[in-house]
Design a protein around this ligand. Structure first.
Ligand code: FAD
Ligand code: SF4
Ligand code: SF4
Length: 479
């Protein structure tokens, strides 16, 4: 056991320091400052190097956390980076935005009575140091291969698959309907959680490593799915889920009642310096408005905190359960509270009022009743509890479902689940169509970045196995 470790007994857990809430409200920069070298080493040295590291077991990538913590504590950062990069294509991104309280850190089994080791911030520190020192290199395959793979979707699932396949020498083309690579990393998640140049730096690295990007290219409209299939030896569908869940209440069609992703995308595009007419004309801009956000997940938290930065007059979050039952990361809820968001717990919308544009939300109080078969208490409306919240912008953050992909791609053979997610054989990650694979949110439903990375890596492995089997004739022999 390295003598530097086990310092949890005398060193308390620390996160990198946070900017003050007042300071944060002025811009879209990340709220956490970077760890200094001393602080990162000190925090890494708290790890007790468990024989069975539950942090690692509960990281979807099974990152070798104890090893890179020990290497960091010993100031062997290049080795720490190599260990970390061996299992994660985007450690600096996961280190920033994974809900660590539910994954690695939430399962850290350091001695009872001591707080968990700070894992995500150290992961970010290792990779940022690697970038500063030029240790992060584009893919340079030992040999080029003739076979090509077409990837539809440049989110974390598509990009991690592209990285892995390119490293094996495949000719990789990534198609995306957006004008920038990154998927929700670029246009969904706001800069105060993940600054945009971090995502752009990764996209550049992939391009430098030989990945071809075809952006502004909507598959199913600009190019048919059949053409993509024809052009490549294998295809990966990594299109995410984008159909916003709606709310069927009186007044839901009023002007000023908008879907969360439209609102966040406009804000992200504005931060990236784009012309955004819907932002400039005020329809997707919270400045000076009373804002009500409906929902309690990560997307809702991103909306309320974006509205604070856009200088809204007031920002309220309406959620039908209580704080303990919020689906979003508790850390993000606390950040939102610090920034001045008014949470209306145990409240649900009843109607939206206004002539042409919304002017108020009529809400009702909720009581949590008996638990249902899922174990969660069922929200029940309290009679005669209606109250009014002024609102000139209402943001619906109720979750996302998959679009009708078989319809969009004109592929009846593309089997989907009852939820509309693409059905795959988890052993091969292949759909019912030979040579067509799928990964990320379009398979799991709305999930997490780290699961997208995991699926992208797994899909790359299975695609490689499939192509090799095709070359050797094994697929035909089996078929
Ligand atoms: P996506 O990131 O959605 O990428 C899919 C890509 O496919 C997009 O670029 C899209 O343009 C493209 N595409 C779709 N259809 C087509 C087509 N027909 N032709 C061409 N291109 C197409 N997760 C976390 O871990 N931490 C967080 O803090 C977090 N915050 C979030 C905040 C918000 C607002 C949202 C919406 C999600 C958040 N998530 C978070 C979830 C996370 O972003 C997703 O789970 C993850 O991005 C899914 O990756 P993906 O690659 O499957 O899909
Ligand atoms: Fe934790 Fe996410 Fe990093 Fe895994 S990838 S160690 S879950 S922060
Ligand atoms: Fe270290 Fe905690 Fe992981 Fe144990 S569970 S190896 S103490 S980080």
């Amino acid at each position: 056991m390295a003598s530097k470790m086990l310092q949890f007994v005398k060193t308390e857990k620390q996160m990198p320091s946070k900017r003050t809430a007042d300071d944060r409200a002025k811009d879209f920069d990340e709220i956490y400052r970077d760890f200094s070298k001393e602080r990162a080493e000190e925090q890494a040295s708290r790890c007790s190097q468990c024989g069975v590291p539950f942090c690692q077991v509960n990281c979807p990538l099974h990152n070798n956390i104890p090893d890179w913590l020990m290497l960091t504590a010993e100031d062997r950062l290049q080795e720490a980076y190599e260990v970390s990069a061996a299992t994660n294509n985007f450690p600096e991104i996961c280190g920033r935005i994974c809900p660590q309280d539910r994954l690695c850190e939430g399962n850290c089994v350091i001695e009872k009575g001591f707080e968990s080791v700070t894992i995500g911030a150290v992961e970010k520190y290792i990779t940022e140091t690697a970038f500063e020192n030029g240790w992060v290199k584009p893919a340079s395959p030992v040999a080029e291969r003739d076979q090509s793979v077409g990837i539809i979707g440049a989110g974390p699932a598509g990009l991690s698959a592209a990285d892995m396949l390119r490293r094996k020498g495949y000719q990789v083309t990534v198609y995306d309907r957006y004008d920038r690579a990154g998927g929700l990393l670029i246009y969904g998640i706001p800069g105060f959680k993940l600054e945009k140049d971090i995502v752009e730096r990764r996209a550049r690295l992939l391009e430098d490593g030989g990945v071809t990007f075809k952006l502004n290219c909507n598959i199913g409209t600009d190019i048919s799915f059949d053409e993509i299939r024809e052009a490549h030896d294998a295809v990966l569908i990594a299109t995410g889920v984008y159909k916003a869940r709606d709310i069927a209440l009186p007044g839901a069609g009023l002007k000023g009642v908008v879907p969360a992703l439209d609102y966040l995308t406009a804000s992200n595009k504005k931060s990236l310096g784009d012309d955004v007419p819907e932002f400039d004309d005020g329809s997707l801009n919270a400045k000076g408005k009373d804002v009500v956000v409906i929902g309690g997940g990560d997307t809702a938290m991103d909306c309320v905190r974006t509205a604070i930065r856009q200088e809204a007059k007031s920002v309220k979050c309406l959620y039908r359960r209580n704080k303990a039952n919020m689906p979003g990361s508790q850390r993000e809820v606390e950040n939102a509270e610090e920034e001045g968001v008014d949470f209306q717990w145990l409240s649900a919308p009843q109607a939206f009022t206004g002539d042409e544009s919304v002017d108020a939300v009529m809400a009702q109080r909720i009581h949590l009743g008996q638990a249902d078969e899922t174990g969660r208490q069922v929200p029940q409306i309290i009679e005669d509890s209606t109250y009014k919240l002024d609102a000139d912008l209402v943001i619906k953050a109720l979750g996302f479902d998959p679009e009708d992909l078989p319809g969009l791609f004109g592929q009846d053979a593309l089997r989907v689940s009852k939820w509309g997610t693409v059905a795959i054989d988890w052993k091969t990650m292949m759909t019912d169509m030979p040579g067509v694979f799928a990964a990320g949110d379009i398979v799991r439903g709305a999930s997490l970045v780290v699961w997208g990375v995991r699926d992208g890596r797994d899909a790359a492995d299975r695609i490689h196995a499939f192509v090799e089997a095709e070359l050797s004739g094994a697929n035909k022999a089996v078929g």
